[in-house]
Design a protein around this ligand. Structure first.
Ligand SMILES: [Zn+2]
Length: 411
């Protein structure tokens, strides 16, 4: 075929010799290539130059980016080399990652799209099964993590858990409060997961952590105390508000149960519908919900008091630390005497966690970033990746929210 040099440019190939180009039986373009001399016989794992072992399984194909509307494949020998460290492995090729059946540009483009488009859009546009996208993302993220150390320079971090698979499985995630980026994620929610993060961080960098925010669970606070004894532990404001929302919901359900028992169908129905207007922050209420709320105020004392308790607790995050201290005193007093079991219990929890709660206010820990990241991560977790879901999920999360997403090929 003429213009063989054009091929390398067209396919964005580097350190590669193009031998030939043909068309396959289905109309696909097949380009025969080989690594340039300096790239030959390198270990697929470490890229060290090694001795040739054998021819492997002969010629192989890698799917490349489409040429216009046409499928395109690279075809080359895939010999095996004998690496002193990794044993007998398939030799590295400059156009693809180790063990990949797609070219580097193809995988980079898929990763970029997965960060920016819907699952269906990626699969349709790239003509790949979503299942195979998972392992591509893992390879792209894995390579990026070797290149950039995202754990460097951490001072203020947040540790949290994210559920996936309908709340059956969990990831432990670590975010950087300064950049709002995700810096680490691992399957599970237990001490081991948190300790693994501090292991990855290393002793020296642990010492430099000034502040760690988290929820009130001991599986997070324990390892923090052990590994970063000097760091200030803060309780994330949104976890505190979440507890108040839960307590409020318990009151609402109790009123609903009571009404149903007494045969008050109207009230029971209203309580079911009341859920959204007492949950929402007042500034986000619709007109209808506002009307509903004022009805609750008139007809349902306990529920309205519970609503006020939740709102009052939110206030402590909007005032100066000194005022917050006073406000919290008043709030605790009010909640303890509220005769609503869920709020009495919450008052107890908040009293226990008070140092962490006040530390968050004192250090002006912003909720917005972490909460936003949490909800974005929750969106990612809805994407199923087949069997090896945790790794693919973590890869996508790190690419999208850890700043590891590659640029589009050729840009
Ligand atoms: Zn090797």
């Amino acid at each position: 075929m003429r213009g063989i040099r054009v091929w390398a440019g067209l396919l964005g190939l580097q350190r590669t010799v193009v031998e030939d180009g043909t068309t396959g039986s289905e109309g696909e373009v097949i380009v025969s290539v080989r690594p340039s001399f300096r790239e030959r016989d390198r270990c697929g794992e470490c890229r060290r130059r090694c001795g040739r072992y054998d021819r492997g399984e002969g010629r192989r194909r890698w799917r490349a980016l489409d040429l216009g509307t046409t499928f395109c494949f690279l075809e080359a020998e895939a010999p095996r080399v004998s690496c002193p460290r990794h044993g007998v492995v398939v030799a590295a090729v400059p156009w693809a990652r180790h063990k990949a059946r797609f070219t580097r540009s193809f995988e980079d483009q898929v990763a970029w799209l997965a960060c920016n488009c819907s699952k269906t859009a990626v699969a349709e546009l790239m003509r790949v099964a979503w299942r195979s996208v998972g392992s591509m993302l893992e390879r792209v993220a894995g390579e990026a993590r070797c290149r950039v150390d995202v754990l460097d320079g951490l001072r203020r971090i947040g540790i949290d858990e994210i559920s996936y698979r309908k709340g059956q499985k969990y990831l432990t995630v670590v975010v950087d409060h300064l950049t709002g980026r995700l810096v680490w994620a691992a399957p599970g929610r237990d001490r081991a997961a948190v300790l693994a993060f501090f292991d990855a961080l290393g002793e020296e960098r642990c010492k430099r952590i000034e502040l760690v925010s988290c929820d009130m669970a001991s599986w997070i606070s324990g390892p923090i105390a052990e590994r970063c004894p000097d760091a200030v532990r803060c309780v994330d404001p949104f976890h505190v508000i979440q507890l108040a929302t839960d307590a409020l919901d318990e009151v609402r359900r109790e009123v609903w149960r009571q009404a149903r028992k007494e045969g008050n169908k109207q009230l029971a129905k209203e309580m079911k519908g009341a859920r959204f207007c007492v949950w929402k922050n007042p500034e986000n209420l619709t007109d209808n919900q506002r009307t509903k709320l004022s009805e609750i105020q008139k007809t349902n004392g306990p529920l309205y008091r519970a609503y006020l308790l939740k709102e009052q607790l939110r206030q402590i995050y909007r005032v100066s630390p000194r005022k917050a201290e006073k406000l919290l005193d008043g709030w605790l007093e009010w909640a303890r005497r509220s005769r609503m079991p869920s709020f009495v219990k919450l008052a107890k929890t908040i009293t226990e966690q008070r140092p962490g709660i006040m530390a968050a206010i004192k250090h002006g820990l912003s909720n917005a970033r972490v909460e936003q990241l949490n909800s974005q991560l929750r969106l990612i977790t809805r994407r199923a990746f087949g069997s090896h879901s945790a790794d693919a999920l973590i890869a996508l999360a790190m690419l999208k929210h850890g700043g590891l997403c590659p640029p589009l090929p050729g840009r």
